[in-house]
Design a protein around this ligand. Sequence first.
Ligand SMILES: Nc1ncnc2c1ncn2[C@@H]1O[C@H](COP(=O)(O)OP(=O)(O)OP(=O)(O)O)[C@@H](O)[C@H]1O
Ligand SMILES: [Mg+2]
Length: 227
Amino acid sequence: MKKIAIFTEKGGVGKTILSVNTSHALSKTNRKTLLVDLDGQNNSARNFGYTKERIKERKSFYELTDRRNPAKLSEVIYNVRENLDIMFNRKMYQINREITGESQLHKYLFKMFNGIEELGYHNMIIDCGPSESNINTAILSYVDYIIVPVELETFSMEGVSDTFDYLVDIDVDPRKIVMFVPNKLDLRQTEMKEYLEKLQALGEKYNIKVSKPVHSRTIIKKRHQRI
Ligand SMILES: Nc1ncnc2c1ncn2[C@@H]1O[C@H](COP(=O)(O)OP(=O)(O)OP(=O)(O)O)[C@@H](O)[C@H]1O
Ligand SMILES: [Mg+2]
């Protein structure tokens, strides 16, 4: 099973939309995929029709973390469609507060997801929240690969170098970053071309693939805003 985090420190640049689309695309090519939503906003889960109310009623990642009576993995995974399952979360602030200490953070998800390799998934995609947090440190230590969405503007470009620094700080190999996905490209904005070239140069320097840019499309925004 390949474990992939969709992460950048910057908020609102397309982590969730990329997690949802990548999981959907993988499932369509017969790869059994588990999408794990570990951002407290649960926007990935909500894209698949899980409203806040439905999430509250169901077991989630939170129940896996119960020390006395942890849920089984099979109890917190839900089928969305053929080859695509999902896990969502509750009370992330509480989980974040409870996990501390570097060695615990590095081991945390190996412990929580113990046995997941036996469930037959080809891929696990983890949608992360923005910023540096204990849970993100745990995720980035756990996964094999990291995909970084990038908006072609100043703050998001800075988010890329902040992400590199963060990985070094938490003792995670930055070579886990395997792809940049330029998002929200709008060719009417000339500076975007310049940022795209900068990103491509960075990709070449560090041997990171740069995907085809995703254009800024009103239809994506509208679809996303309905949830
Ligand atoms: N290519 C695109 N074209 C138009 N709108 C987009 C595109 N990609 C993302 N968006 C919009 O940008 C907003 C942020 O996207 P998304 O929720 O995927 O980002 P995020 O990085 O997961 O945010 P957060 O850090 O809050 O989790 C959403 O409203 C989404 O609809
Ligand atoms: Mg998100």
